[in-house]
Ligand binder design. Structure first.
Ligand SMILES: [Zn+2]
Length: 126
């Protein structure tokens, strides 16, 4: 019995540092893009595996990464290693009067659509 236990313990990989990954998602937005692309949960899976890949990177390097806007963030690497996203998110910008403009107007709104042909935004900011 003791011999079997020793063999099992030898099969366990060397200790690696514990890391924690955090990811914030908007399930309604991800679902809207999934539905428009004929998929179920692919974009949520992307976000989960992105966090997992980020954790693996931190575990390997021993360096924690901030969010995607932080200097030295490993976001781009984790993003590219995650399962693929599906669909297209289309951003349209409007000025204070509601007129379409080419770039984000801080006094206006940004509306995100789940496809080029969609007329219903899944998210409006602010
Ligand atoms: Zn990503």
């Amino acid at each position: 019995m003791a011999g079997i236990l020793s063999m099992q313990m030898a099969a366990i990989s060397p200790a690696v540092p514990k890391v924690t990954a955090n990811q914030l998602i908007n399930p309604q937005s991800l679902s809207a893009i999934d539905v428009a692309a004929g998929s179920q949960l692919a974009n949520t899976l992307h976000e989960v595996t992105e966090a997992y890949q980020g954790a693996l990177i931190a575990q390997t390097t021993g360096v924690s990464s901030g969010n995607s806007n932080m200097p030295g963030s490993t976001y781009t690497s984790a993003h590219s290693k995650a399962t693929p996203q599906v669909g297209t998110s289309v951003y349209k910008y409007f000025d204070k009067a509601g007129k379409s403009v080419p770039n984000f107007d801080p006094n206006g709104k940004a509306k995100f659509y789940p496809s080029q042909s969609s007329t219903t935004p899944y998210f409006t900011y602010p």
